[in-house]
Design a binder for this molecule. Structure first.
Ligand code: GLN
Ligand code: ZN
Length: 773
């Protein structure tokens, strides 16, 4: 008999470590300060410590703990494990040289492309498939995880990204003729090899994650993916005897995938039934009740793996009992990868706010409490249920959360579309802005030098006073403005030295947000961010950016562009509220930023950029939900500048080049000038822009700031000329792809000099009568 599936579990756990142990180990290894053995030892210690902690928190049953650790990325791990990425080595672990070359590149090899994991802020490495790729089992890394855990006293559950998801996320190398999903059967056979090796090692439960089944894919229909899943899991389960499969489907509800998986023969099915997902899909619970046979263990992902709010345990217990099943396991909706470690590490949060939160550790406690309550009733875990009730009650009643003036302001704009009149009239009024044809500008930030970081840190720690801090920032603004003047850029920015992060900075200056000290969440590899927590109605107690922008303006006679982060991006890169809709929060932020626009205008700043690099990120995974999202998100952006005078030029900046799907939304932002990422894809985006007949100013980036390379005048000139083939010279702006804050002045100065020189060269050509085509 196989060990029954545990009653309390989680889909996955943060890998970075409570003290960012993984980040430290990675950075020391990459810097050559520790060797491969020392690296292996330190990450092993970190993993074992994590298992002990999870057991302490209540995950004590066999197979309750999933082994979701990864050196860098779980998609890369699975791709190597099944040979979707060929791997030369067969040790007890991945070959670290090879592994990090794939993840980060080397002097002569570029890294795998990286992109967003479903609708989260985690980024995975995109495996590349070629016709010649021979799938092959490399189970060593998984075996190592299993045996080291066993030696430490834990029976963990190995985890793989599922074959349907892996092939859906993979891209094909140029010249490949076979579509990835056409190789599913071949790949399934290799998954069987991997799982058989685990089975031989005595592993009874293996977890396979198939989030692709909850999203609408580009290439395949929902039915095709469901059919593929039925085939894969039918094959695997009929071949396996002792070892059982848990298939999880995080990040949303299933459609055709539900009956397909429920009847595929798998022993356990993990579903995302968090309150958020139930709200999006009101028939979801009923469909589960109707479709999942009693023979399949339902692993109910009730605790939300993506938000930070304490769960309403009493209500959730009702949901669990309402499922009407004899046996149900309690779990998280998704991996806890997306939340910080523990609220206990946040001594400076207001106590009431801290009481409303659950990070990864607290969520494990909630899962355990629910499992115990299912067994013995809520009185089995009185502390957990009391905390949940208190959180709910105090949050509902808190004056920190509810601000009637904000609510009134939002309802007052309910019917308005936020548009500022005809773009052509604005263009006329904006002719007064003194810029030449093909104006040059930057996206906002200038290099964040060591001095800038030190001054910010010293100020935060109280080592320097506000006056000394402001003087340091002004010196940095002087440096950026002087440089722009010297290089001949037309629209000047102040350089954003005062911003640690484009979202956190605004969150720190708006009421309704809390920021954390240790709330690190992995973005990719060793990179972590600390998303702010939006807990209440948003308002702006005082101007945020005006002093910096006007200081810059006092140092130049050229136009200065004010710089704001837009409402959708602030929302996308924060933990959002669940007691009001995203739309409501976006409107609140939009209106708070509208006050900033008014103050900037009043202070004489005639150009204002509102960055929305995350507009595309929040796009729902299901096509049917997209139109309404784009409606409200775009309107919240327009609210920011709805009251701006026609003569004020509103810019926006978007950070991606796949435009097609949302080009209409970008058009509807109604910004006077839009800058976008384009250099990396060699201006491919221009085809979309030309097709959409985009009527206002547009600045496709010509300088790829993601690389330290300084582009030459010749290549920049070519890119401008390419752009002029699809964009009228009167509408084209010349700018880099994105902000410069991650670059050094040593690269930025020559690159911007070349950018201006390229513009001048093109202008000379235009004047000489070689009219752009
Ligand atoms: N204004 C921001 C900057 O230049 C924009 C950053 C972004 O697009 N992600 O840094
Ligand atoms: Zn950008």
């Amino acid at each position: 008999m196989t060990t029954p599936f545990p009653t309390a579990t989680i889909t996955g756990y943060p890998r970075i470590g409570r003290r960012r142990e993984l980040k430290t180990a990675l950075e020391r290894f990459w810097a050559g300060r520790i060797d491969a053995d020392e690296f292996a030892q330190s990450v092993r210690a970190h993993r074992v410590q994590t298992y002990h902690r999870l057991a302490e928190l209540g995950l004590t049953e066999d197979y309750a703990i999933p082994a979701t650790y990864s050196h860098y990325d779980h998609v890369l791990d699975t791709a190597l494990t099944v040979g979707l990425i060929p791997s030369a080595t067969l040790g007890t672990d991945f070959d670290l040289g090879e592994y990090f070359a794939l993840a980060r590149g080397t002097a002569d090899r570029s890294p795998l492309e990286m992109t967003k994991w479903f609708d989260t802020n985690y980024h995975y490495l995109v495996p590349e498939l070629e016709d010649s790729t021979q799938f092959k089992a490399h189970p060593q890394h998984l075996l190592t995880l299993v045996s080291e855990a066993r030696a430490a006293g834990h029976r963990v559950r190995p985890v793989l990204v599922g074959p349907v998801t892996l092939l859906t996320l993979a891209k094909t190398a140029p010249g490949t003729t076979t579509a990835p999903l056409d190789r599913l059967d071949e790949l399934t056979a290799v998954y069987l090899d991997v799982i058989s090796v685990l089975a031989a090692a005595g592993v009874e439960w293996v977890q396979i994650d198939e989030p692709a089944l909850v999203a609408d894919a580009h290439e395949s229909s929902d039915d095709e993916l469901a059919e593929a899943a039925a085939r894969v899991y039918g094959t695997l389960t009929s071949a396996l005897t002792h070892t059982k499969l848990l298939v999880t489907t995080p990040y949303g509800s299933l459609q055709a995938g539900l009956p397909a998986l429920a009847h595929s023969g798998i022993a356990a099915l993990g579903v995302d039934i968090s309150a958020a997902t139930r709200r999006l899909d009101p028939t979801w619970l009923d469909r589960i009740a109707a479709e999942v046979p009693a023979s399949v263990r339902l692993v109910a992902g009730v605790i939300d793996g993506r938000n930070v709010w304490a769960d309403d345990l009493t209500a959730t217990l009702d949901v669990l009992t309402g499922l009407g099943r004899d046996e149900v396991s309690v779990s998280t909706s998704t991996s806890l990868l997306h939340v910080p470690h523990t609220v206990a590490d946040e001594p400076n949060l207001p106590v009431d706010v801290a009481g409303w939160l659950s990070f990864a550790e607290e969520k494990v406690t909630e899962v355990e409490a629910l499992a115990a309550a299912l067994r013995d009733g809520p009185q089995a875990r009185p502390t957990a249920f009391a905390r949940a009730d208190r959180a709910l009650r105090t949050r509902r009643e808190s004056a920190r959360v509810h601000n009637p003036a904000v609510a009134a302001r939002v309802s007052a704009v309910a019917g308005h579309d936020g548009r500022r009149g005809a773009a052509a009239d604005r263009a006329l009024a904006q002719e007064a802005i003194a810029v030449p044809v093909l104006p040059t500008t930057t996206i906002g930030s200038f290099p964040q030098t060591a001095e800038v970081r030190r001054a910010r840190a010293d100020h935060r720690a109280g080592r320097i006073d506000a006056e000394a801090y402001e003087a340091a920032m002004r010196a940095e603004i002087d440096r950026a403005v002087d440089l722009q003047e010297r290089l001949g850029l037309d629209v000047i920015v102040h350089g954003e030295p005062e911003r640690n992060d484009m979202v956190q900075y605004f969150a720190e200056h708006l009421d309704g947000f809390a920021t954390t000290e240790n709330g690190w969440v992995q973005s990719y590899g060793s990179r972590c961010t600390r998303p702010p927590i939006l807990f209440g109605d948003v308002s702006r107690p005082e101007p945020i950016t005006v002093a910096w922008s006007t200081y810059a303006a006092s140092r130049t006679t050229k136009p200065v562009k004010g710089m704001l982060t837009g409402p959708v991006t602030i929302l996308a890169w924060s933990f959002a509220r669940e007691d009001v809709t995203l739309q409501e929060s976006a409107d609140q932020i939009g209106l708070a930023l509208a006050d900033e626009v008014a103050d900037l205008e009043a202070a004489g700043i005639g150009i204002i950029q509102v960055d929305e690099p995350a507009l595309r990120e929040l796009l729902p995974l299901r096509r049917a939900d997209r139109a309404s999202y784009l409606d409200w998100s775009v309107r919240s952006f327009r609210l920011v500048a709805a009251q701006a005078a026609p003569a004020t030029q509103i810019h926006t900046h978007l950070c991606y080049s796949e435009f097609g799907e949302i080009i209409e939304a970008i058009d509807a932002l109604d910004a006077d000038v839009t800058s976008i990422e384009a250099a990396r894809s060699r201006m491919e985006v221009l085809a979309d822009i030309a097709a959409a007949d985009f009527a206002r100013g547009i600045g496709p980036g010509i300088y790829d700031i993601h690389s330290p390379r300084v582009p030459s005048v010749v290549e920049l000139t070519e890119l401008i000329e390419t752009a002029l083939e699809s964009v009228d010279a009167r509408r084209l702006w010349i700018n880099p792809d994105c902000g410069l804050k991650t670059r050094g002045y040593a690269e930025v100065e020559p690159a911007l000099a070349n950018l201006v020189a390229a513009r001048d060269a093109v202008l000379t050509g235009v004047r000489a009568g070689q009219a752009p085509g």
